[in-house]
Design a protein around this ligand. Structure first.
Ligand SMILES: Cc1cc2nc3c(=O)[nH]c(=O)nc-3n(C[C@H](O)[C@H](O)[C@H](O)COP(=O)(O)O)c2cc1C
Length: 209
């Protein structure tokens, strides 16, 4: 027998958590759980989420307080550099201000040193290691996002990399080998997500027996 008894309640609560997680854009600059609890959710994911060949290549940085604000200032600044003055920057600026108006941001990285090490060790899998690295990172994102939602905390998933990579690395003293994959602003939910449209599950799932 495994660690857990076969228990419908466990399945129910897992599926409930999966269903509860949504993309929440409208967040508060407050949070109803402690920073320690957020840290513990992230630590749990880092420890238990699987990775290819158990390589544990995912890295996470939790930005709080002025560090969170600084990240979104960096993002706005980098976007302004590429968009220039000839385009209306206001909608972009508002969008970034909205992310800044969250409690904190979780940055997800992959350690390229680990991935390259695996590629050298097992050259026949070389191409796959980059793919698996992204996949394991996404699993961490999902685990943290879902766990936060069970605590009533909203979050969304953003991708301002690689535009912000260099400035982020410098601002938060992040090892050079860590490659930024995704950014997750989070906080109390100001406005719930709207209805979601679902495609026919039967068209996406086949059983052959
Ligand atoms: C791999 C992946 C990448 C995503 N990238 C972005 C993104 O860059 N910006 C964003 O606002 N939402 C992003 N999303 C959120 C999706 O748009 C969202 O999950 C989807 O519309 C379903 O809505 P839900 O999260 O409320 O269930 C991403 C989601 C996934 C799974």
């Amino acid at each position: 027998m495994g660690l857990f008894n076969k228990n419908t309640k466990t399945l129910d609560s897992f599926q409930n958590a999966v269903e509860t997680r949504r993309t929440i854009y409208s967040l508060e600059k407050e949070i109803s759980i402690s920073d320690k609890e957020v840290e513990s959710i992230i630590e749990h994911a880092i420890k238990h989420v699987p990775s290819s060949f158990n390589s544990q290549s995912t890295r996470i940085v939790l930005l709080l307080n002025d560090k969170h604000d600084a990240f979104w200032d960096i993002t706005k600044n980098e976007l302004k550099k590429v968009m220039g003055d000839d385009r209306d920057f206001q909608p972009t600026s508002d969008k970034i201000d909205n992310f800044k108006h969250a409690y904190g941001t979780i940055l997800y990285f992959e350690d390229t040193e680990v991935v390259e090490g695996l590629q050298q060790q097992m050259p026949s899998y070389a191409e796959n290691f980059a793919i698996w690295s992204n996949q394991t990172n996404a699993m961490h994102q999902f685990a943290v996002w879902t766990a936060l939602s069970t605590e009533g905390i909203g979050a969304s998933l953003q991708h301002y990399n690689p535009l912000v990579d260099e400035a982020t690395q410098e601002a938060f003293d992040i090892p050079k080998t860590w490659k930024l994959i995704a950014q997750m602003p989070f906080g109390n939910i100001r406005e719930a997500a709207g209805e979601k449209e679902f495609q026919d599950v039967n068209a996406r799932f086949l059983v052959r027996k």
